[in-house]
Design a protein around this ligand. Structure first.
Ligand SMILES: Nc1nc2c(c(=O)[nH]1)N[C@H]1C(S)=C(S)[C@@H](COP(=O)(O)O)O[C@H]1N2
Ligand SMILES: [Mo]
Length: 419
């Protein structure tokens, strides 16, 4: 990751100052709030500083460079492995791409003007209507996000309205290039209301053609994909070719196969990035990580360390009785990473102040946040470290929606050997 380092040192400097301002450098450690785990009895300010410096090695850039996203693309062949001629024939270049917006032959919505849109026409609409917003792309079935980007495109409703719909429009579904093989079809769907209006201050559902300020690469589903801000990845169909306006009253997503909960919006959860798996007795434990901030926001990240043989009360499924300590949620980084052109947030990105380019709220919803904590040293033995989030409604992870097939939220557990 070419831009990892500068981001990193900036973030670290900021973080260090943050911790110092929190009072760590002061000798009056007792003055710290009880929630601040930097204030441990044994550690001198010097060793805390050292630990914080160590922590910094594993933090990732806030945004993910487009070529650093994890790829879970399907298809035989996977569309982005086609050669130049193949891509052209498949309509997967900006010159050859087109999108049909039509009525569902089986459950037809009444529309007056079915559409075929080409890339330059989409950009033309974008001149007036384009939006961009930060969003973490996460697969419902994978614990760790695939990447964090600023996605840009035209609200899907702009295309829907251009078909001049009049009635019998209850949902739409959409799919992309799939090698002309019905068995490889990957389809997703939305209620029409979600497309026409944005509830709870969410960004619109977009027909997306840029990621982090650059054209959307074919590997990420370009030239054009759908992006649904609050949803798991399967709603954001890649290599988009068809939007179908329908009077069908229910979802018909491909992802409903495989027992997936297809109406599940993004969950809040925490995970570690750096932990000392082999620690020395008495040495403070420096731990860092990230949290995915789902629709319910993020109030806290908490960490606990218990002996591996700790006996949990019967019925304590989610470790509520653990000795949870509040970690520090790190402030916005000074450098955003993600290979953004000029290193800056594109103008008028939703969620950022248009004059200062600072985030309006922190941590940002439907995005990532980073956290760190330094815990008092432990005596020799085997331990298990756990981390969890508390969302803005006060629900502790994996609540309020603990089921695996609605997206990952299981509490992470990591073994620590103290020698
Ligand atoms: N056409 C198409 N779009 C698709 C998929 C697919 O298999 N085919 N996979 C979906 C799933 S399950 C996920 S998690 C995301 C992943 O997006 P990414 O590859 O940009 O990270 O793409 C979605 N869009
Ligand atoms: Mo997925």
């Amino acid at each position: 990751m070419g831009d990892a380092k500068p981001f990193f040192s900036q973030h670290v400097a900021l973080t260090r100052r943050y911790f110092l301002e929190a009072g760590v450098a002061a000798t009056a450690i007792s003055a710290l709030g009880s929630s601040s785990e930097i204030a441990m009895a044994k550690a001198t300010p010097h060793s805390v500083e050292q630990k914080l410096a160590e922590l910094t090695g594993a933090l990732e850039p806030y945004f993910t460079a487009p070529d650093q996203f994890r790829d879970v693309s399907r298809g035989t062949p996977i569309p982005h492995t086609l050669d130049a001629n193949g891509l052209e024939a498949a309509g997967l270049t900006r010159d050859s791409w087109k999108l049909e917006v039509v009525a569902d032959p089986e459950h037809p919505a009444r529309i007056r003007a079915p559409l075929i849109i080409r890339f330059d026409e989409l950009l033309e609409i974008g001149k007036q209507h384009a939006v961009r917003f930060p969003k973490v792309m996460t697969c419902l079935n994978i614990g760790c996000p695939l990447g964090m980007g600023i996605w840009e495109g035209v609200p899907l409703r702009e295309l829907v309205w251009r078909t001049r719909p009049s009635e019998n429009l209850r949902r739409l579904h959409y799919y992309g290039f799939h090698n002309g093989d019905p068995k490889q079809l990957f389809r997703s769907s939305l209620p029409i209301g979600r497309v026409l209006e944005d509830p709870f201050d969410l960004p619109p559902v977009i027909v997306c053609y840029k990621l982090n300020g650059e054209w959307l690469d074919v590997v990420r589903g370009g030239p054009v994909r759908i992006v649904v801000p609050e949803a798991y990845g399967f709603k954001s169909v890649k290599w988009l070719t068809h939007v179908v306006l329908s009077n069908l009253a229910h979802a018909n997503d491909t992802y409903a196969d495989g027992n997936n909960d297809i109406d599940s919006p993004l969950k809040t959860f925490a995970a570690t990035l750096q932990i000392p798996s082999n620690a020395t007795a008495g040495e403070p434990l420096a731990i860092s990580g990230y949290a995915q901030v789902g629709i319910s926001g993020l109030a806290k990240v908490q960490v606990s360390v218990h002996p591996a043989d700790h006996e949990w009360p019967a019925g304590d499924l989610y470790f509520d009785s653990a000795d949870w300590r509040d970690a520090t949620i790190l402030p916005p980084p000074r450098e955003w990473g993600g290979a953004l052109p000029g290193g800056s947030i594109p103008a008028e990105t939703l969620g950022f102040d248009s004059t200062t380019a600072e985030p309006k709220h922190w941590p940002m919803r439907l995005a990532k946040a980073h956290w760190a904590i330094v815990l008092p040293g432990k005596s020799q033995g085997k331990y298990v470290l756990r981390c969890r989030t508390i969302d803005d409604k006060g629900a502790a992870q994996p609540r309020p929606r603990p089921f695996r097939k609605s997206g990952h939220a299981a509490i992470e557990q990591v073994d620590i050997d103290v020698a």
